[in-house]
Write a protein that binds this ligand. Structure first.
Ligand SMILES: [Cu+2]
Length: 543
């Protein structure tokens, strides 16, 4: 088991005096008064936009970037019967996030974040997973197209001391995916305590493109996660889900598990693979010099062409690959997260700010300092064409399904292990209409498939969303229509999940199950794991 990398000494420590903003549950009458008051205030002042947008809170403005960014090592596979076999141990671990303080973590192979798994389209892969924790976990391959039995959702539990060997053939195109636990009711906490890692896919197209591709040098994975620390440098995980409607928000940002990070990058075009690995916080990424960057990939693969941006909003679970040109940079710049507004709904935002104990929209953070290395570097020319995408045809849609998100249900239902919510036919093209009928944002994630965003409230989505996706933000009162084509992974007994990817909400039951079958006529039967825990070897269906 490898040891966590030691960090360079930190001069500045976070403000370890507790700054949790746990709202005290207010008496109902007070809530009503507050809501009425804010409605009145909003009506009387039409210029009121977003209370914090006008007065943004620069949460970590004092921070001096001091620690070299940790790059998760690539996990080397061994070949066995034509398969790439990766060994992954889930277990307790330690990290020195602050000098002289050992933070207790949950780890993959002793590390936080876990090692990066990398495979090529067409590869047969097998994951040899052992759980040495004293609690149950699962390992979910977020964004991966694979049989339900290999998905690592709440049904593929790995008990304490147990193991699991899922295997499949890589069907995805080149993309930045990730892996993390999906344990019933424990996903947010297990991810928060350190369980997450990248799963990068390459394919012939991405191999042929002149894009920055030197892992950790000019092609840099960045998992961004917010944390709360106690004075001893331990993670504080707040369990009181039901009073924190926004979900757990931390005031310290870690990038690849590094606090106050910097990276020395070649002064040329570089590629950042951004992953929002937080439980609930969204990040509105941009750079301190306000430079434009090029978005080249969404969750599930490369866009058809690069898109110029100055800001990019990612909600939990979403990924993006961007190109940033550091060629003429003399001074460091910072990757930032800026304030944003959650749609145009000022009144609801204001109420949410008050009742949810603060939210993410009004908070600004510095995320990572990029220091240009001196030297002579040759930049790649940004390709004009990145990918050929076969668009799904709305005219062959077999079925449209509707999902209404409320706090904290989907179609008025909470997750039930024993209930199949939707039965889908293999090969079917469907439209999933996702409506947010609640005053707070939700992220919608579908397992085992990549989809396309057709429209948001009837409008074409921004170009930054015109690519393969598996997770989307749905803001209050918004309806997002997704089009997707189901693959040939039939399994009447084991479901895939659809859920809110605000992990706090997911754990509160904001999740449902669907099966993909050849013949949707029969009643789907759920195979529940015996007493919720499956130990020892478990392999599912042949791919
Ligand atoms: Cu949600």
């Amino acid at each position: 088991m490898s040891q966590p990398a030691r960090l360079e000494p930190v001069v500045n420590s976070p403000d370890l005096s507790l700054r949790i903003r746990l709202p005290h549950p207010a008496p109902p009458a007070l809530l009503v008064l507050l809501a009425v008051g804010m409605l009145l205030a909003a009506c009387l002042s039409p210029q009121l936009e977003h209370p914090q947008a006008q007065n943004p809170e620069f949460v970590n403005g004092h921070l001096v970037a001091q620690n070299r960014l940790l790059i998760p090592p690539l996990l080397a596979p061994h070949m066995e019967n034509g398969e790439k076999v990766f060994d992954l141990t889930v277990g307790p671990g330690e990290a020195e996030i602050f000098p002289g303080k050992i933070t207790q973590i949950l780890s993959y192979n002793g590390m936080y974040p876990g090692p990066t798994i990398r495979a090529h389209a067409g590869d047969r892969v097998r994951l040899n997973i052992t759980n040495t924790l004293e609690e149950t976990t699962t390992v979910h391959w977020h964004g991966m197209e694979l049989p339900a039995a290999m998905d690592g959702g709440p049904h593929q539990v790995i008990g304490p001391g147990g193991s699991w060997q899922p295997y499949w053939t890589i069907n995805n195109q080149a993309a930045t995916l990730w892996y993390h636990p999906h344990t019933m009711g424990k996903t947010a906490e297990q991810v928060y305590r350190g369980l997450s890692g990248f799963f990068i896919i390459d394919d012939e197209n991405s191999d042929s493109l002149a894009l920055p591709r030197e892992y950790g040098v000019d092609d840099i994975p960045l998992v961004v996660q917010d944390k709360l620390f106690d004075p001893d440098g331990q993670f504080i995980y707040v369990h009181e889900h039901r009073v924190i409607t926004a979900g757990l928000l931390g005031d310290s940002i870690l990038v690849n598990g590094t606090y106050a990070p910097y990276i020395e990058a070649p002064a040329k075009l570089i590629r950042l693979r951004l992953l929002n690995g937080s439980a609930a916080r969204r990040y509105n990424f941009g750079f301190s010099d306000n430079c434009t960057f090029h978005l080249i990939a969404t969750d599930g693969g490369l866009l058809e062409a690069p898109v110029e941006q100055t800001r990019l909003l990612l909600s939990p679970g979403e990924r993006a690959e961007i190109l940033v040109d550091l060629s003429n940079l003399k001074e460091p710049i910072r990757l930032m997260s800026y304030v944003f507004t959650d749609g145009e709904n000022a009144v609801q935002n204001a109420i949410q700010e008050q009742l949810a104990g603060g939210t993410d929209e009004g908070q600004q953070f510095q995320i990572l300092e990029l220091r240009p290395k001196t030297g002579t570097f040759v930049s790649e020319q940004i390709p004009k064409v990145l990918n050929t995408i076969e668009h799904l045809d709305e005219n062959v849609v077999l079925k449209t399904r509707r999902f209404v998100l409320e706090a904290f249900t989907i179609n008025s239902k909470m997750m039930d292990h024993e209930r199949i919510d939707e039965v889908v036919r293999t090969g079917a093209t469907e439209i999933w209409e996702v409506e947010n009928n609640s005053p707070i944002y939700h992220g919608f994630h579908v397992h085992g498939i990549q989809f396309w965003v057709l429209d948001r409230n009837g409008m074409t989505p921004p170009v930054s969303e015109q690519g393969w996706k598996d997770t989307v933000t749905v803001t209050p009162q918004e309806t997002v229509r997704l089009i997707m084509k189901f693959l040939e992974y039939s399994d009447p007994n084991l479901p895939y999940m659809f859920h809110c990817h605000n992990l706090t909400h997911e754990d509160m039951g904001m999740m449902g199950q669907f099966v993909v079958v050849d013949e949707p006529s029969g009643q789907a039967q759920i195979q529940s794991p015996p007493d919720g825990i499956k130990q020892g070897d478990h392999a599912g269906h042949q791919n």
